[in-house]
Design a protein around this ligand. Structure first.
Ligand code: SF4
Ligand code: SF4
Length: 288
């Protein structure tokens, strides 16, 4: 069974909920597909058992001994990524146009390492995660690579919890495809509602069945009502409403999942939500 936890944008509490559900169910596979801000592993005393490099787009590389500073590369680069043979790796898209116009064959394309991929062993299973280079591209391909690595450890009886990339771009598409369900975490703000609608439409487009939960629902009950109306209209099961709870901030600072705070309102709401999901919406024995 694979459950992706997603949100239309960052900061909705997606990781708090992903870590909580993973803990409640002792999920043996956890994929941190939020590759731009990977932080799931911080909650555990884990140890890395595997590391590999991920290469994104090729980028231009110039042999300075051959460069005659003619400036032809500047003229052809529509990304403003090269200047008299000096390449800005943060801007270069690896299109190769400069290699075609260079009169002295001074430019070639080389692989660029954009991330390291780790498999981290934790007490109840494994986390698959990436550590991006500064300026690296959190691409869908990187998320797909993480998921492929995780797949090798999946069995018919274990649970995979995937903490998805925010937004609606390629990384989130790679986060939601091939899940049995996604749980969309939203918050009751006008922009949160718009983001929720966008990411729901994305899931719908890819035929992935979606559930919804509203985090901090009580900070704006008016927008919460709008989210509820939208869910009703689109027949999206609203499986949880989690109250604002300052203990969540403490749990993030302590790097301890919120479900271990007995007096936390959010803890109890998340537990109720997971009970509801398990009883009515997921088949834990579902085969991959
Ligand atoms: S086109 Fe080639 S030779 Fe001319 S400036 Fe660029 S790298 Fe140098
Ligand atoms: S490969 Fe394309 S993007 Fe990169 S420097 Fe050359 S022309 Fe610009």
């Amino acid at each position: 069974m694979r459950l992706g936890i997603i949100s239309g944008k960052g900061g909705t509490g997606k990781t708090t909920i992903a870590v909580s559900i993973a803990e409640l169910e002792k999920a043996s596979i956890r994929v941190d597909a939020d590759v731009d801000a990977s932080n799931m592993y911080l909650y555990y005393d884990g140890w890395d058992i595997d590391k590999e490099y991920f290469f994104g787009n090729d980028i231009a590389s110039v042999d300075k001994d051959l460069c005659i500073e003619c400036g032809k590369c500047n003229e052809v680069c529509r990304f403003d990524a090269i200047n008299m043979g000096d390449v800005n790796p943060l801007k270069c898209e690896g299109c190769g146009a400069c290699t075609l116009v260079c009169p002295n064959e001074a430019i070639g394309l080389v692989e660029q390492k954009t991330a390291e991929i780790y498999t981290t062993e934790i007490p109840n299973g494994k986390i698959f995660r990436a550590d991006m280079e500064i300026g690296g591209d959190g691409s869908g391909l990187l998320v797909s690579r993480l998921r492929k690595k995780a797949e090798k450890y999946e069995t018919n009886s274990n649970l995979t919890i995937l903490d998805g990339s925010p937004g609606i771009g390629c990384p989130v598409i790679a986060s939601i495809t091939n899940n049995d369900k996604v749980l969309i975490v939203t918050e009751p703000t006008k922009s949160g509602l718009e983001d929720f609608i966008r990411v729901f439409k994305l899931a719908e487009h890819f035929n992935i069945s979606a559930l919804a939960c509203i985090n901090k629902y009580d900070i704006n009950e008016e927008v919460t009502n709008e989210v509820e109306e939208y869910c009703k209209d689109k027949e999206i099961p609203l499986v949880g409403k989690i109250p604002y709870d300052e203990m969540v901030v403490k749990s993030i600072n302590d790097l301890k999942p919120i479900i271990y705070y007995e007096n936390s309102k959010a803890n109890h709401a998340i537990r109720e939500m997971w009970k509801e999901i398990k009883e009515n919406y997921v088949n834990m024995r579902e085969e991959f």
